[in-house]
Every structure is written in structure tokens, then in C-alpha cells.
Ligand binder design. Structure first.
Ligand code: GUN
Length: 292
């Protein structure tokens, strides 16, 4: 069994990005600038956005974090997006999800200039992804592809079962794994809350990608020997003994499933750090495209 070490790979990617930024600086060029908008004060979202900003520093990017109160109206957020679209210094920006209920998420995502949409959530970019055109691939699916590639995991002709149909992970992942090319070329089954007898499907999977957010959902008896297991779940479970008062749990019962798997991602330290590395990669790409 091989652990797909997202922490290590994301570090390698950050070093590669830093080298490119150093070269930009040496040439007197503008460095990439990422902005992140967060509405409200959800603890997990704040942690993610802080990590994204910190990672920008690590690779030499400029970053701007914009914090708006949870009472922000849709109109106010749309105004902020317009400002960011028009700000020439910003190469790419993200709106951290989820948004408070008074705001229509889809409307907000559609307001982002597709050339600055480094999350790849705008319908134009999502459509381009589905059509195999060059675009910003959403960071979490992009990170999973990168992990599979760097560990040389064979995906051609394999049966990939994706658990969860979210717009951020499950849906794009199912499209990407069925694409012609590598990683991809697999036969994909997309399962969700209305799927009947999910264990019967997962036991036929060569690759399982779980993005459900239910701790320990994937149990050893749901997995065949030598399966590749990608765990996207990262749920805060209260724990009095933990320093922060909670522990992070993946969707997969790691202790038992890892005994059967050929490759498996840990939580934390698997997919999570890859998401941030790929967001940086998309931001670098956004800068390069604006330069051209
Ligand atoms: N919330 C959970 N994952 C993500 C992500 O990748 N991007 C944004 N903007 N919000 C998220």
C-alpha cells in the first residue's frame, strides 16, 4: 500500500511555482496576485482562506483577503466582484463557499470575469473543462489528477466510482476521470444520495473518489482488494481531548480500508494541501495569460 502524500507533493509544486515567481521577479515582471473574498465568519472557511493567503506568501505571490460581514447583501458582493474584475493588479480571485443564504451562489459565480476565475466555477470555464478545452480546472479535482499523475497511478480502462455530485468536486471529477487522456480514460459511475445499494457499486470500483463529508462512510467491506482510494472528506468532529476541540475526519475508515488499498490518501495531508497548490497553479496561469 502506498500513501498518496498530498503534503509532500503540494510542497514540491509550491517549490516549482516559487522558482517561476523568482524568475519573474528577476526579469522585473509583475508577480501573480490572488484575492480571496470571504463572507461571514465560518471557522472552517476562515481556516481555508487563511491557508490560501499564507501559501501565496510562501511562493512569492501578492495576496489580498477581503472579509465581508455575514449580513452582506447580494448586491454588495456583486459590487465587490465588479471592483475585482476591473482591478488590473488582481490576476485571479475566489469567492470562498458556502455563502450565506441571502446570496444566490450561482449568480455570484457568474459575475466573476472568467479570465480571473481561478476556482474554475464560472459556467464558461466549467463548460470549457467538460469540452476538453484549456481552462482553469477546479482546484480540488485538479489536485486529485495531479496526485494520480505524480504517483503514476494507472486509470485507463479502470472503473472509477465517485461518491457525491457537488459542483466543486464530484461533478467535475466525474467528467475529468472520463476524459480521453491520463489521468482519465476510466469508466465512471457517479453516485449520490439517491443511489441504491452503493456498496454493491463501490465493491466493483478500481478507484473510489469520495467527496461526501460523512466521516467513516467508506468501510473496508465496501472496497475491493487493491483499490485506489481518494478521500476528499474533511469534517470537523468535536473531540474534547483535541487541542482545537475537534479532529478532522475523512469519508474513509482509513485504518481498515488502508489494509486493502493499493494507494490511499490520508486525512489530513492528502487532497486538502493539493487543493491549495492547484489554486496557486491556476493563479500563475492567470498571470501568464494576462501577460500575453
Ligand atoms: N469551499 C470549499 N471548497 C472550496 C473551493 O475550492 N473554493 C472555494 N471558493 N470555496 C470552497
Amino acid at each position: 500500500m502506498t500513501i498518496l502524500d498530498g503534503k509532500k507533493v503540494s510542497n514540491d509544486i509550491k517549490n516549482e511555482i516559487k522558482a517561476e515567481v523568482d524568475a519573474m521577479k528577476a526579469n522585473g515582471e509583475k508577480v501573480p496576485h490572488l484575492a480571496a473574498v470571504i463572507v461571514g465568519d465560518d471557522g472552517a472557511s476562515l481556516t481555508y482562506v487563511n491557508s490560501k493567503v499564507k501559501s501565496c506568501e510562501r511562493v512569492g505571490f501578492e495576496s489580498t483577503m477581503i472579509r465581508l460581514p455575514h449580513t452582506t447583501s447580494e448586491l454588495e458582493l456583486l459590487k465587490k466582484i465588479k471592483e475585482l474584475n476591473n482591478n488590473d493588479d488582481i490576476d485571479g480571485f475566489i469567492i470562498q463557499l458556502p455563502l450565506p443564504p441571502q446570496i444566490d451562489t450561482q449568480k455570484v459565480l457568474m459575475a466573476v470575469d472568467p479570465s480571473k476565475d481561478v476556482d474554475g466555477f464560472h459556467p464558461e470555464n466549467f463548460g470549457r473543462m467538460a469540452l476538453d478545452m484549456s481552462t482553469f480546472i477546479p482546484a480540488t479535482p485538479f489536485g486529485i489528477l495531479e496526485l494520480l499523475e505524480r504517483y503514476n497511478v494507472d486509470t485507463k480502462g479502470k472503473h472509477t466510482v465517485v461518491i457525491g455530485r457537488s459542483h466543486i468536486v464530484g461533478r467535475p471529477m466525474s467528467i475529468l476521470m472520463s476524459r480521453k487522456g491520463w489521468p482519465g480514460n476510466s469508466t465512471v459511475t457517479l453516485t449520490h444520495s439517491s443511489t441504491k445499494n452503493i456498496a454493491q457499486i463501490t465493491t466493483q470500483a478500481d478507484i473510489i473518489i469520495s467527496a461526501l463529508g460523512v466521516p467513516d462512510f467508506v468501510k473496508a467491506e465496501m472496497v475491493r482488494d487493491d483499490a485506489v482510494i481518494i478521500d476528499v472528506g474533511i469534517t470537523r468532529v468535536p473531540d474534547e481531548n483535541a487541542k482545537r476541540g475537534y479532529v478532522l475526519k475523512g469519508d474513509v475508515d482509513f485504518e481498515n480500508v488502508s489494509k486493502k488499498a493499493s494507494f490511499i490518501t490520508p486525512v489530513p495531508g492528502g487532497v486538502g494541501p493539493m487543493t491549495i497548490a492547484m489554486l496557486l497553479k491556476n493563479t500563475l496561469l492567470a498571470r501568464e495569460q494576462r501577460r500575453e
